[in-house]
Design a protein around this ligand. Structure first.
Ligand SMILES: [Zn+2]
Length: 52
Protein backbone atom coordinates (compact mmCIF):
# COMPACT_ATOMS: atom_id res chain seq x y z
CA UNK A 1 0.00 0.00 0.00
CA UNK A 2 1.27 3.38 -0.90
CA UNK A 3 -0.03 5.91 1.52
CA UNK A 4 0.76 8.64 3.86
CA UNK A 5 3.98 7.24 5.04
CA UNK A 6 6.92 8.36 7.01
CA UNK A 7 7.12 11.96 5.94
CA UNK A 8 4.22 14.35 5.79
CA UNK A 9 6.22 17.09 4.21
CA UNK A 10 5.91 17.87 0.55
CA UNK A 11 3.57 14.97 -0.09
CA UNK A 12 2.52 16.28 -3.47
CA UNK A 13 6.09 16.66 -4.52
CA UNK A 14 7.01 13.24 -3.23
CA UNK A 15 4.19 11.51 -5.07
CA UNK A 16 5.32 12.94 -8.35
CA UNK A 17 8.80 11.67 -7.77
CA UNK A 18 7.70 8.19 -6.81
CA UNK A 19 6.35 7.70 -10.29
CA UNK A 20 9.79 8.28 -11.66
CA UNK A 21 11.62 6.24 -9.08
CA UNK A 22 12.89 2.69 -9.38
CA UNK A 23 14.72 1.18 -6.46
CA UNK A 24 15.20 4.67 -5.19
CA UNK A 25 16.78 5.85 -8.40
CA UNK A 26 15.24 8.62 -10.42
CA UNK A 27 14.74 7.91 -14.09
CA UNK A 28 17.88 9.20 -15.80
CA UNK A 29 15.91 10.65 -18.66
CA UNK A 30 14.53 13.22 -16.31
CA UNK A 31 17.81 14.97 -16.71
CA UNK A 32 18.21 14.15 -20.37
CA UNK A 33 18.08 16.67 -23.14
CA UNK A 34 14.75 17.38 -24.70
CA UNK A 35 15.77 15.49 -27.78
CA UNK A 36 16.40 12.32 -25.81
CA UNK A 37 14.80 9.27 -27.38
CA UNK A 38 14.00 6.85 -24.55
CA UNK A 39 14.09 3.89 -26.90
CA UNK A 40 17.74 4.54 -27.61
CA UNK A 41 18.75 5.94 -24.28
CA UNK A 42 21.21 3.59 -22.61
CA UNK A 43 20.80 5.39 -19.32
CA UNK A 44 17.07 4.84 -19.34
CA UNK A 45 17.54 1.28 -20.48
CA UNK A 46 19.64 0.46 -17.46
CA UNK A 47 17.18 2.16 -15.22
CA UNK A 48 14.27 0.18 -16.62
CA UNK A 49 16.01 -3.03 -15.64
CA UNK A 50 15.59 -1.95 -12.04
CA UNK A 51 11.85 -2.04 -12.54
CA UNK A 52 11.84 -5.69 -13.54
ZN1 LIG B 1 17.49 9.61 -21.84
Amino acid sequence: MVGKGDSQTSIDKKNKHEILLAQGKIAPCIGCHEVCTPEYCSLLDGWLELLM
